[in-house]
Design a protein around this ligand. Structure first.
Ligand code: IPD
Ligand code: CA
Length: 275
């Protein structure tokens, strides 16, 4: 796809991210739960649904032939080589429900199944992360000019600050995988953090605030935008066993370098395959 077509889509994505952000910020902490998905900790609110509807409708007006994958209304859609928007209307829904200010909208776009545009917006801190494949990654804070972001060099795991999550599944296999791996990685690095949003965790690595993120559980809509942002910021994505990233595999390491990612691999002593 031509750069000008991606730039056009990026402008639309930024505009919609700001509109979505207004809804997210205004309703954070006072939105009724409408559903629970795989467990009592897997939450959905009216805002998740309203934001996704608004974003899909607006994109559909301008790009009627583009396809969609979205957490709330199009999670089963086939991911094809067509131009495809892959969107999480609110990533960090648990934070959103509790009004902990780390929720965002994540808008990814793929062509030929290659992630080529990513926009992540946290309205609570007015932070907008953007990237187009081959054009670098940028961060704009408080509506200011976008500035290039880059991962920070981290010489080894024993000097790294790592982020990971409990996630929202509540079964025994997942529990063992999460706690055994957190213990193993956590004891080998400076510390483990959890922001509660996969998209923001990735962006935090992309702008050099944390060194790596690993998780078993997130879906393609949680990571698609972040994949472009982190890669363009100089970072590395791989599967939790060190192979190539499977965007639909629901497990990954997102690190400031391949070297750091490969140091984390052997510490992930419980590997899960998720559907
Ligand atoms: C979740 C968040 C959370 C991560 C889960 C995701 P949601 O997405 O990104 O940090 O641990 O794996 O599913 O449900 O808030 O959109
Ligand atoms: Ca979500």
């Amino acid at each position: 796809m031509e750069l000008n077509e991606l730039l056009e889509r990026k402008s639309l994505a930024i505009d919609l991210a700001h509109r979505a952000g207004k809804i997210i910020k205004e309703t954070s902490g006072n939105m009724k739960l409408v559903d629970k998905k795989c467990s009592f900790a897997d939450l959905v609110t009216e805002s998740d649904k309203a934001v996704e509807k608004m974003v899909f409708e607006e994109i559909g007006k301008k790009y009627p032939n583009d396809k969609f994958i979205g957490e709330e209304s199009a999670s089963d859609a086939q991911w094809t080589t067509d131009p495809t928007w892959i969107i999480d209307p609110i990533d960090g829904t648990t934070n959103f429900v509790h009004n902990f200010p780390f929720s965002c909208i994540s808008i990814g776009f793929t062509f030929n199944r290659e992630p080529c545009l990513g926009v992540v917006y946290n309205p609570h801190f007015d932070k907008l992360y953007t990237a187009i494949k081959g054009q670098g990654a940028k961060l704009s804070v408080g509506g200011g000019p976008p500035t290039k972001i880059h991962v920070r060099p981290c010489p080894s795991l024993n000097q790294a600050l790592i982020v990971s999550e409990l996630g929202s599944q509540r079964d025994e296999d997942k529990k063992e995988c999460i706690f055994k791996n957190m213990e193993s990685v956590g004891w080998a690095c400076h510390g483990i953090r959890s922001l509660g949003s996969a998209a923001l965790n990735i962006c935090t690595v992309a702008c050099g605030e944390l060194d790596a993120f690993f998780e078993f559980g997130p879906y393609i809509w949680d990571i698609c935008a972040g994949v472009v942002i982190l890669r363009e910021a100089g970072g590395h994505f791989c599967d939790t066993e060190g192979g190539p990233l499977d965007m639909q595999g629901r497990r990954f390491i997102a690190a400031s370098s391949e070297k750091l990612a490969l140091e984390i691999v052997p510490k992930l002593i419980v590997q899960l395959k998720l559907k």
